[in-house]
Structures are given as C-alpha cells and as structure tokens.
Design a protein around this ligand. Structure first.
Ligand code: AMP
Length: 418
C-alpha cells in the first residue's frame, strides 16, 4: 500500500516532528566528537529543504548509538546540529533534551522554516521501550509526524512508532519523508514486478540472516548468485567439502530446502565454482571476547569445488567472478546485498569488487540496480562507484526485513494513500 508523503500534505506554519536517521559514525579528536561520514545527514536534505520551502516549523528527532537510557556525552547529537547547519546554510537550534519544558518553549517560538534538532532520543530508556507516556511527551511539539528514518523503521520505538500513533489519534497527518519514499519505492514497488531477467546477488557472513530474503526472492528472481561465507553452508548442503570455512552447521537443512525450492521453481541458484582460500594460523593471541585470533596465510586460488581440510574460503575465485559478471550482463533488474568475501582485507576483496563493477556495467546497459544496504554500499563507495547504480539503500537490518516482506512498524504507522 503506497504511503502518504510530505508532498500530499500542507505543513505551512505547523510544527512538524521529523524523525531522521542521524546515527552517524563519530570519533573523538582533540577532546571533541567529530563526524566521520556525513552521508546520513546529506540523505535527509531533500526532505528538510522541501519542508522549509513549505514553511513548516521543524522539530527534528534522531538517535545516536546505544546509550541505553543514559546521558552518554560521546553520543550527543550536538555536533550533528552544527554539521546540519553547515550543509543547509541556515541556523539549526539545538536543545539538550528531546522532551520537557525547554523543548516545548523553543518549539513554540519557531518561525516558518526554522529548525530545531533535539538531543538523542535514546538518552531516555522509554524510547526503546516505546513507552506511551514518553511518546505523548514527544508529541507535545508535533502537529504533523514525518518519518524519514528508514534505517530505524524496523524498530517499534517511541519516536519511530509511538509518537505517530499519538499524532494520528488526534487526527494529525503521519507521512513519509522523501528518503523513506525512495526506499519504499526501490526495495518495495520496483521489486514487486521487476523487469526480467531479475538477478539477485547475495553474500555476507550468515545464511541465517538472509534466509528470509532468499526464500521470498525465490518467488520473484530468475537467478540467485551466492557468495560470502554464506556460500559454504550451501556447499555443505550440496555435499561438497568446505575445509575450515565459516559455516552454520545448524542451517544445512534450511539451505537444502532453499536449493530444493530453487530447483522446483526453475530459478538458477549459482554457488562459487572456485574460491580464494587461505590457511588460518593461530597467533596465540586472544581477542576482546577471549577468542583465539587467527591470521590468514598463503592465499591462493582453489579451482576445485571442494576446499582442502586445512584451508578456509575467504572470497569467490576468478572463474566465479567471470560467471557472475556474465549473469549480471543480461540482467534488467539487479538486487545486491552482502560482500563476496572478507573484503575488509584487500587480499580478499577481488570478488566483491568484480561484482561491484559488473553491477555498474549492467546499470550502464540499462538495468535497474538496487543495492540492499550495509557492506555492499560500503564496497561500492570504496570503489568510487556509489553514484553509478540506480539506488543504494540507507538501511541495514531494516532493508533485509523489508525485502523479506515483513511489515516495518515505522512504515505501518504512516497514513496510506487513498
Ligand atoms: P553481512 O553483514 O551478513 O552482510 O556480512 C558481512 C561480513 O561478511 C563482512 O564483514 C565480511 O568480512 C564477512 N564475510 C564475507 N565472506 C566471508 C568469508 N568467506 N568468510 C568469513 N567472513 C566473510
């Protein structure tokens, strides 16, 4: 069901409570917290600019990190207020709480087009508990509710869900921002009846994280290309040897069921033909969690489907990269989620970067390419190719849940188009 957006309502002179995703990476430098990557702030600018143009009085709310109900100074949104003011070229007021008298007073003196950023909503434990009383306090400065925080929409928290319910109960509009609208369009509508062939590339660490997505996409896709550690659980399920590769032994039945479903539906289900493998060597050190640290030594291409007992699969191999690129060349719709190997280590990044290039080439040839968030977005940006795909999702967990077909509480709380 299509959701109402800020284009469907009038906000002139109204106090708009705008929930955004400003959970940006920060680090301490010379005693100050600085923002390492402002992408999430930039992504909200079209919504902010549209609402400013409409003459709304903006009260912006967000979370940062996991302060667990404590006022953790390193997780303050104050530096974000400064960055936002820079990016918009206009002042952004900041209040060091998200509820209470100071917030209400400042909101009451906002003029059309003014912006107030509230402090981290997670400084209050009631946020994550979706406490009704807390949502009512947030809603005291809300005539209209706008949600642009797709990345937080899979959580039913007070600022993503509760406050919308309070505003809606009063008859106030609850609508999607422009970023939320794009996420719902590309991850939802565009994949409902995709142009064919529809080719899906899935990688990453665990089958268990993505089995819901695999199951749903087996109903829609023409081909699934599997990489990452996830491929080894599927290889085990197909009777191949995987050596010391990362696998989920308890997910073999689930993997088998997916392989059977693919065969029954005539969906191509491609597993790596070859792999980059390395030998894990115990360093004698322990990590923070007390687990032994292994170094991956002697990387090489293993052209066999079976991986020797002493080695671990760390990337797809060159023959697989070519086969996956060939499959992508014919695609008219592409969905990619998850790296093909341990791409953080440049020795094992070749497969992921081959897929990134192939997705970009498919896009140039006219395919719609949708990148389902997380590490694949990182990989594309690292390769400088982020602007050469059709859409990159800003959600991680939210994108996966949405692709699985789950209803996201933050989306459900918004009004539907008639
Ligand atoms: P995910 O969050 O499920 O998309 O997983 C991303 C993580 O999977 C990255 O940190 C990769 O390093 C990791 N990964 C990908 N391939 C492998 C592999 N063959 N062995 C171990 N980890 C992997």
């Amino acid at each position: 069901m299509a959701k109402l957006t800020i284009h469907d309502i009038k906000t002139h002179g109204k106090r708009v409570f705008l929930r955004v995703d400003y959970n940006v990476p920060m680090e301490e430098k010379d005693g100050r917290m600085v923002i390492n990557d402002e992408t999430r702030i930039k992504e909200t600018l079209p919504t902010l600019e549209c609402l400013i143009e409409q003459g709304a009085k903006l009260v912006v709310a967000a979370h940062l990190g996991r302060p667990k109900g404590q006022r953790e100074p390193s997780m303050s949104l104050r530096p974000v207020a400064e960055k936002l003011a820079d990016l918009l070229g206009r002042p952004v007021a900041f209040v060091d709480d998200c509820i209470g008298e100071k917030v209400e007073k400042t909101a009451s003196i906002l003029r059309e087009g003014d912006i107030l950023l509230l402090e981290n909503v997670r400084y209050h434990a009631e946020e994550e508990a979706n406490d009704r009383g807390f949502a009512e306090k947030l809603a005291r400065v809300a005539d209209v509710y706008v949600n642009d925080a797709f990345g937080a929409a899979h959580r039913a928290h007070a600022s993503t869900e509760g406050v919308a319910r309070v505003v809606a109960a009063r008859g106030g509009p609850c609508v999607a921002g422009l970023l939320m609208e794009r996420e719902l369009k590309f991850l939802g509508d565009e994949l409902e009846s995709p142009a064919r062939p529809f080719v899906v590339v899935l990688g990453g660490a665990k089958v268990s994280d993505k089995i819901g997505v695999i199951d749903r996409l087996l109903d829609k896709a023409d081909a699934l290309l599997i990489g990452g550690a996830m491929a080894y659980t599927f290889k085990l399920a197909s009777g191949m040897k995987v050596g010391k590769s990362l696998v989920e032994a308890d997910k073999i039945d689930v993997a088998k069921a997916a392989l059977e479903k693919a065969a029954a539906r005539g969906v191509k289900f491609l597993l790596p033909l070859d792999n980059t493998v390395a030998t894990p060597v115990d360093t004698g050190r322990l990590n923070k969690k007390g687990k032994p640290v292994f170094e991956l030594k002697n990387p090489r291409t293993n052209a066999e489907k079976d991986i020797p007992d002493s080695e671990e699969g760390v990337d797809i191999g060159p023959a697989t990269s070519l086969a996956y690129a060939a499959e992508l060349r014919n695609a008219r719709t592409v969905l990619w989620n998850g790296p093909m190997g341990i791409f953080e280590d440049p020795r094992f990044a070749a497969g992921t970067s081959a897929v990134a290039k192939a997705v970009v080439e498919a896009t140039r040839a006219g395919a719609k390419s949708i990148i389902g968030g997380g590490d694949s977005v990182k990989a594309l940006n690292q390769a400088g190719l982020g602007d050469q795909v059709t859409f990159m999702s800003t959600g991680g967990g939210a994108s996966l849940e949405f692709l699985e077909g789950k209803h996201l509480p933050g989306v459900e709380a918004l009004g539907n188009r008639p």
